[in-house]
Design a protein. Structure first.
Length: 137
């Protein structure tokens, strides 16, 4: 890793299992709006699976840790949907991407996840994903 390279994290956040509520239009719209309004981190590409979300993010404010940011948007989401019974797992998994190749590999993995899980036959058919902001390597 070289000095001056961007900080992009690969992040996975899970719902309390068993769960199948994440891959819905209501959840997608809510999360995209919350991510867009939060100023601590930028969200790039994301994919919602029935029980977890994968996303790529980068810090906008270095004083705001990824853990605090995830806690913030999960809390915002839970307030909006308090009667739905949708519960997030407490922690999350994140991995700092070390190279452009690492980023490309993880992005392929994320985009193909619905195919591997048998939810669609072609990744382009999965409608519960997209890009909020362009993260440039």
């Amino acid at each position: 890793m070289e000095l001056g390279q961007p900080t992009i994290l690969f992040l996975t956040v899970c719902a309390v299992r068993p769960a199948s509520w994440l891959a819905t239009e209501v959840v997608r719209e809510s999360l995209v709006r919350i991510w867009s309004e939060a100023d601590g981190w930028l969200v790039g590409d994301y994919v919602l699976m029935p029980d977890h979300v994968h996303l790529f993010c980068g810090p906008r404010d270095l004083q705001f840790t990824v853990e605090r940011w995830v806690e913030f948007w999960k809390r915002q989401f839970s307030r909006e949907h308090r009667n739905a019974g949708w519960i997030w797992q407490r922690s999350c998994f994140h991995h700092r991407l070390r190279s452009e190749e690492d980023y490309a590999e993880k992005l392929r993995y994320v985009r193909e996840n619905p195919v591997r899980k048998g939810l669609v036959s072609d990744a382009a058919e999965w409608r519960f994903g997209g890009t909020v902001e362009e993260l440039r390597w």
